[in-house]
Design a protein around this ligand. Structure first.
Ligand SMILES: [Zn+2]
Length: 259
């Protein structure tokens, strides 16, 4: 019957269209993983995202929060950025990172809703300061300038978590092993990128900033961007902070360990 034929035709065409649409859709998904074709721009951020992971509404909400954190971070660091921060919301796990060659941020879905601006600090530092050769200072800076909802600072966070006694500062109960001193982590370039090391570096950097002010700390930070022998490093440190690193470490521990 003609009617049935038409129906069949429609059905076939319909299926065909669905197939074509599906193919285009598939291509779109594939390419959006590769190039993050969805983009949202705010005053200071260009955010590339995959709309299979976050809706535009969510991305706008996250970016508003990023702008707020950026304002606090740049004012703490006393720096302005002249170009936008490129942020890629990528699929996978876990956390986030900032590429040292480009200063672009990459954030996995587990990180984004709990973002405290750690990667934003890296990106701002990338745009405004020289790249420190020391993992301790790079991560310490990011931890110290993070923006926590409870407005806690890195010193409070570290000592409340780890350091009710001085022993806890040098002995990891879970691993049953000794922590390195701050001195060794810095001078011997032995920062171990553990959670403990991140938090301790953040607290110590905050302490150094409190002691000498942001400007002097930034000058010192820039000086750590070129290779220094241990002796040279010790001289630069003492010039900036007025005391040796070992003395500062001892004073830092004594001052806060019974927080
Ligand atoms: Zn980091």
């Amino acid at each position: 019957m003609p009617g049935d034929k038409n129906m069949l035709l429609k059905l076939l065409l319909g299926t065909g269209c669905t197939l074509i649409v599906f193919m285009i859709y598939s291509c779109k998904i594939t390419s959006s993983y590769a190039s993050y074709e969805n983009v949202y721009q705010s005053d200071n951020f260009i955010v590339y995202y995959d709309d299979e992971i976050f809706s535009e509404k969510e991305v706008i909400r996250f970016t508003v929060k990023k702008e707020r954190m950026l304002t606090i971070i740049t004012s703490t660091l006393e720096e302005n950025i002249s170009e936008k921060i490129v942020t890629n919301l990528i699929n996978g796990c876990c956390g986030g990172y900032t590429r040292s060659s480009t200063g672009e941020i990459y954030e996995y879905p587990d990180y984004v809703p709990y973002d405290k601006g750690h990667e934003i600090v890296h990106a701002v530092v990338h745009k405004t300061l020289d790249r420190s050769l020391f993992g301790f200072f790079r991560e310490g800076m990011a931890e110290a300038l993070e923006v926590h909802p409870d407005q806690s600072n890195a010193i409070e966070r570290f000592f409340k978590s780890y350091a009710s006694t001085i022993d806890n500062l040098y002995f990891d109960k879970q691993k049953s092993s000794e922590y390195q001193s701050i001195y060794d982590e810095i001078v011997k370039y032995e920062f171990d990128y553990s959670y403990f090391s991140y938090m301790r570096a953040g607290a110590f950097v905050q302490y150094l900033i409190n002691e000498v002010g942001t400007d002097t700390f930034k000058t010192f930070y820039n000086q750590t961007a070129t290779y220094r022998s241990q002796d040279e490093f010790n001289t630069i440190f003492s010039d900036a902070f007025g005391k040796s690193l070992e003395t500062m470490e001892n004073e830092f521990i004594r001052k806060y360990s019974l927080y």
